[in-house]
Design a protein. Structure first.
Length: 199
C-alpha cells in the first residue's frame, strides 16, 4: 500500500503537543502492522485467483487493508475518547509550560538554580535511610521496654508467691519441730516412769 493511502488519526478538538505526538506514534504503529500484510502474501494464499483474476484479488487486498486500518483506527479513537486523552494531555502541556515559566522566572530573579552534586544527593538519601532505621530501632526499644516491664512485674509476683510459700513452709516446719520435741519429751518421760516402776 502506498504511503499516500494511509489515513492518519483524526485530531480531536483539544490541541496539544503531546496529544499530536501520541496520534503520530499510533498512526506509525498501525501503518507498520498493516503494511506487514502484503499483496504477495494474499497471492500466495490464493495462487489460483492470483493467476485468474489478479485485478480483483488486488482490489480485495486493498479493501482488506483499508478495513483493518479503519477498524483499528476506530478502536484507538474510542480508547482515546474513553480516557479523555486529548484534554488530559493538553492539561499536562499547560502544567509543563507553567513549570517552565516559573523556573525561568526563578532563574532570572535569583540567578541559575544550583545543581546538587551526587555526594549531596547520596547524603540526603543516606540521611533518610538512617532516619527510617532510627525510627525502627526506637520502636523496637519501646517494645523491649514494655516486654521487660511485663517480665519484671511477673517476676515480682512470683517472688511474692514464693515468699508466702516460704513463710507457710517455715511455719509448718516449726509446728512439726514442736510436735517432734513433744513426742521426744513424752517418750523420755514414759521411759523414766517405767524405770522407776521397776525399781
Amino acid at each position: 500500500m502506498d504511503s499516500s493511502d494511509k489515513v492518519p488519526f483524526e485530531l480531536q478538538s483539544a490541541e496539544g503537543v503531546r496529544y499530536h505526538k501520541l496520534l503520530s506514534v499510533l498512526d506509525r504503529s498501525l501503518a507498520s502492522v498493516v503494511d506487514t500484510f502484503k499483496l504477495e502474501d494474499l497471492q500466495a494464499i490464493f495462487p489460483d485467483l492470483a493467476q485468474e483474476i489478479p485485478e480483483k484479488l488486488a482490489d480485495s487486498y486493498e479493501q482488506i487493508s483499508s478495513y483493518l486500518r479503519n477498524s483499528a483506527n476506530a478502536d484507538f479513537q474510542a480508547i482515546l475518547m474513553q480516557y479523555d486523552m486529548a484534554n488530559k494531555l493538553s492539561a499536562l502541556d499547560k502544567l509543563v509550560s507553567k513549570a517552565a515559566e516559573r523556573k525561568a522566572a526563578s532563574t532570572s530573579e535569583h540567578g541559575p538554580v544550583s545543581i546538587m552534586s551526587p555526594d549531596t544527593i547520596n547524603r540526603g538519601r543516606s540521611a533518610a535511610i538512617k532516619r527510617a532505621e532510627l525510627e525502627r530501632l526506637e520502636t523496637r526499644l519501646a517494645q523491649l521496654k514494655e516486654e521487660n516491664a511485663q517480665s519484671l512485674s511477673a517476676l515480682t509476683q512470683q517472688r511474692e508467691v514464693l515468699a508466702d510459700e516460704r513463710k507457710k513452709l517455715e511455719a509448718t516446719i516449726g509446728v512439726v519441730s514442736k510436735v517432734c520435741r513433744l513426742e521426744e519429751a513424752t517418750t523420755s518421760l514414759c521411759y523414766t516412769r517405767h524405770l522407776q516402776t521397776k525399781v
